[in-house]
Design a protein around this ligand. Structure first.
Ligand SMILES: Cc1cc2nc3c(=O)[nH]c(=O)nc-3n(C[C@H](O)[C@H](O)[C@H](O)COP(=O)(O)OP(=O)(O)OC[C@H]3O[C@@H](n4cnc5c(N)ncnc54)[C@H](O)[C@@H]3O)c2cc1C
Length: 627
């Protein structure tokens, strides 16, 4: 049996769901093929979305018209804006979500996306229409799906091998089969592959946890959420909000964990690949930080209708009895029962330096790769790549050009540029420190950066675009008011009462808003015209005022970063031919010649970020290009 599509997406994880939705929204006839339709958008590890720098990615996906933000809001059981005590460049939204509802919400979104078909099956091979061009896939049930482009988002499933103590089980995730054959086929086509590892903690039965011995942690209760849409297409209902809890390990726990190290696949040589540095297992923590007598753990609810809890911070692949015995030494878990043990998994990934910024393979035409298969870790990183791969797979299939984001436009741009320029030697996760233009890439202004682009692409809806324009118009109105409104010396009495330095002469309101101890809401209590303006905002009043205030308070920093970004951006405009013969440029260092020949950067800007290519090499390149 044969079907024909424009785009086939393999795998319905976080990358695959966004890719399929984006491709279909752009008008490409798209088929999402996945092993198990009841696990669409499954959160393989923690039941939470967002977090530091990851939350910004979700806001960007939403601003472009992707779905992760809306799905997360619909399933959120606790929302927090992390890093609120720092500047707005660091604010990062994070939601605890209902794991089961997340799956069914993604499934509902996918089933209701026009142009999108779903097929439950395992892809076992790619169809090649020529030696280096892909033309579809064949599944285990023997069905052929011919397509102009294919997006591969197989996550941790490629030759997946799970470890619990000395027990090894082939699989892509606990209870799910691994995927075989695709790695070998791509390797034969010239794509480099290697292995990585990740792990997950034990899941606990809430009826056996003594919560009175744990510290309660509530979420925020204000207007923040992931989606910029006031009325989400996915759901406008809010789930019951639940607390998280914190507890600590202790020396007794560590002693038991240490006694199990001989049977730890991480320490007895069974696991050979590298895991995520910033999500270490509990056994790695007690070995690496041997002098620490406790580690913080979070007990996180898995949903509103379940007793299951996720023990964040206790990722482990030690034998099951060692995991449980150690847990019983924590007072709140003295009698705890587990639903599922922690385990580790090893899987294949592909060298991302063999990708273009569109996430199309440089080796196999028409093949796009996104998510964990590119050496990243995390749902948000996967979803961001999925959106870009899905958009470009659709654009390529419909002959409509390409779409990329730069480092000063989005964290998604930073992520993809890092992957394709620098490659990975350990699972890559996003951090704010990876972005050089943090103040330009705030969570509050993702819509200002990206919604227009998403709308022009055909991904963001008209409703989203109109809401964005309305919000921008109100922000401009508030800023103009503050620029024009003249504060007289008589305002000094108010400033004195607010412990703010008095004016020496009349001043514009904007200079007062810029002061750290003052803000628009506070000042509006003393300036009736400002109060009247704020009261006339019909929708999203708090969000608009917050955005205007950030723009005013951080105007100097924003402007400075913009200037630097624009200067660097000029190098991005100088394109390099893919067949450029770097070996003939003897003025370049040998290392630069080797790296440039291997990575084949698309622009001088990208070349300048390749480790091993120095500023001197770039200057030489510019001079020679000039000639
Ligand atoms: C045990 C474990 C622990 C993890 N721990 C962490 C962690 O601590 N921190 C962190 O950030 N991330 C962690 N992750 C990673 C996180 O789950 C992934 O980063 C994220 O899910 C990647 O999304 P993805 O879309 O690339 O792949 P996945 O979410 O893995 O989705 C892949 C999809 O592809 C489907 N599929 C695979 N092969 C085929 C095929 N041949 N045919 C059809 N369908 C196929 C699968 O059924 C699945 O639906 C962990 C993952 C696992 C499994």
């Amino acid at each position: 049996m044969t079907f024909q599509y424009d785009v086939v997406v393999v795998g319905a994880g976080h990358a695959g769901c966004e890719a399929a939705h984006a491709a279909a929204r752009l008008g490409a006839r798209t088929c999402l093929i996945t092993m198990d339709m009841n696990k669409i958008g499954q959160l393989s590890c923690n039941p939470a979305v967002g977090g530091i720098a990851k939350g910004q990615i979700v806001r960007e996906i939403d601003a472009l018209g992707g779905k992760m933000g809306e799905v997360t809001d619909a399933c959120s059981i606790q929302f927090r804006m992390l890093n609120r005590s720092k500047g707005p460049a660091m604010w990062s939204p994070r939601s605890q979500v209902d794991r089961g509802k997340f799956i069914w919400t993604w499934r509902r979104v996918s089933e209701n996306t026009p142009n999108l078909s779903i097929w439950q099956d395992t892809v076992k091979e790619l169809i090649f229409v020529s030696r280096e061009t892909v033309g579809g896939v064949v599944t285990r049930m023997g069905v052929r799906f011919e397509a102009k482009t294919v997006v591969l988002t197989a996550g941790t499933f490629l030759n997946g091998l799970m470890h619990i103590g000395r027990t090894m089980i082939p699989g892509g995730r606990v209870g799910e089969e691994a995927s075989y054959g695709l790695t070998e086929q791509l390797k034969a086509a010239g794509i480099s592959t290697a292995r990585m590892k990740t792990g997950t903690p034990v899941r606990l039965d809430g009826r056996t946890i003594d919560f009175s011995l744990a510290e309660r942690q509530e979420g925020d209760d204000d207007f923040h959420k992931f989606s910029f849409l006031q009325k989400s297409e996915v759901s406008t209902e809010k789930l019951k909000q639940l607390p998280c809890w914190t507890i600590q390990t202790n020396e007794e726990v560590h002693e038991i964990l240490r006694s199990g190290l001989a049977d730890s696949p991480l320490y007895n040589g069974q696991i050979k690949s590298i895991g995520p540095r910033y999500c270490p297992s509990i056994e790695t923590k007690i070995v690496t930080f041997a002098d620490k007598d406790h580690h913080l753990l979070f007990i996180e609810p898995e949903g509103t209708d379940t007793q299951e809890y996720y023990l964040n911070g206790f990722s482990s692949s030690l034998p099951i009895d060692v995991q449980l015995e150690a847990l019983h030494k924590i007072p709140a878990l003295a009698n705890v029962k587990a639903y599922r043990p922690g385990y580790a998994i090893e899987y294949d990934f592909f060298d991302p330096t063999q990708l273009r910024h569109t996430l199309e393979s440089k080796v196999v035409n028409g093949l796009f790769l996104a998510g964990q298969v590119n050496g990243t870790t995390g749902y948000e990183e996967a979803a961001g790549q999925g959106l870009i791969a899905g958009v470009n797979a659709a654009l390529s299939a419909m002959d409509r050009g390409e779409f990329t984001l730069s480092r000063d436009e989005a964290y998604i741009g930073v992520l993809i540029d890092d992957l394709v320029t620098k490659g990975v030697d350990e699972p890559y996760r996003m951090f704010t420190s990876r972005a050089e233009y943090r103040i330009l890439l705030r969570e509050d202004d993702a819509d200002a950066r990206l919604t227009e682009k998403g709308y022009r692409l055909g991904l963001a809806t008209k409703e989203r675009y109109d809401a964005y324009c309305e919000k921008m118009a109100w922000i401009d109105k508030i800023i103009s008011f503050c620029q024009e409104y003249h504060v007289k010396m008589s305002f000094n009495a108010v400033l004195q009462s607010l412990n703010s330095t008095e004016l020496k002469e009349g001043s514009r309101l904007i200079s007062l808003v810029g002061r750290p101890e003052l803000n628009i809401w506070l000042l509006s209590e003393y300036i009736p015209e400002l109060k009247e303006l704020l009261d006339s905002i019909p929708n999203r009043m708090e969000e608009i005022v917050e955005a205007a205030e950030i723009k005013i308070k951080y105007a100097g920093y924003i402007e400075r970063e913009r200037l630097v970004a624009d200067k660097i951006a000029r190098l991005e405009d100088i394109r390099l031919r893919p067949d450029f013969d770097y070996d003939s440029l003897h003025q370049l260092t040998i290392e630069a010649r080797q790296k440039l020949s291997r990575i084949r950067p698309e622009t001088v800007g990208q070349a300048s970020r390749i480790p091993g290519v120095s500023p001197a090499d770039i200057n030489i390149l510019l001079v020679l290009l000039g000639r």
